[in-house]
Ligand binder design. Structure first.
Ligand code: AMP
Length: 188
């Protein structure tokens, strides 16, 4: 099963994508984690991504698309993937569609984790205190939310037009959201 989890930063995508992947037996592929891992290891890709991540901007598509598609080609991802944080704009979505269509296994379903802006901001502020992520400062949070609204939110319409979109209310307990996601991802 090939799933995409869409939603604003702070909606709980990371936590939920991991839980969903376990439930459906798929690999959890998170573009932000891949970038942070590269950054931590000081790879050229990590260095390239650094300034964009620090600003809350999108890393250029050329870098991002190949990184995620390479990860999806790994052996552990052949049984299925839950994509988390990718695609984030129309170019990435089209590149993903092409690559998966070429591989004969298109995206099956896209679930949008809906969450009110105020909830998202409060969660991000809390996470900043707990995890100390460099891009959880108030200014960068604002920029990440703006980037989401401008570039990523329109993907809901893109996938709706393909008949693949489902919506789940992200403003519930972790367990309740996971149950809704599993249902949304698997029901006919
Ligand atoms: P995340 O952990 O998903 O919030 O991602 C952290 C940061 O990594 C983002 O603010 C972007 O700078 C970068 N990033 C993650 N995924 C993508 C993507 N699909 N396209 C471009 N940049 C990305």
């Amino acid at each position: 099963m090939r799933l995409v989890l869409l939603g604003p930063p702070g909606a709980g995508k990371g936590t939920q994508a991991k839980r969903l992947a376990e439930r459906v037996g798929a690999a959890h592929v998170a573009s932000g984690d891949l970038f942070r891992d590269n950054l931590g290891r000081g790879t050229p890709l990590g260095l390239q991504a650094k300034e964009y991540m620090e600003r809350g901007a999108l890393v250029p598509d050329e870098v991002t698309v190949s990184m995620v598609l390479d990860r999806c080609a790994a052996p552990d991802a052949q049984g299925g993937v839950v994509l988390d944080g990718f695609p984030r704009n129309r170019t990435q979505a089209e590149a993903l569609d092409r690559a998966f269509a070429d591989a004969g296994a298109p995206v099956d379903r896209v679930v949008l984790l809906d969450c009110a802006h105020e909830v998202v901001k409060a969660r991000l502020a809390g996470r900043a205190l707990e995890e100390g992520r460099a891009d959880d400062t108030p200014e960068v949070i604002e920029e990440r939310l703006r980037t989401y609204e401008r570039q990523t939110a329109p993907l809901a319409a893109y996938y709706e037009a393909q008949g693949k979109l489902r919506r789940v209310n992200g403003d519930q307990s972790i367990e309740a959201v996971t149950e809704d996601l599993v249902r949304a991802a698997t029901e006919d």
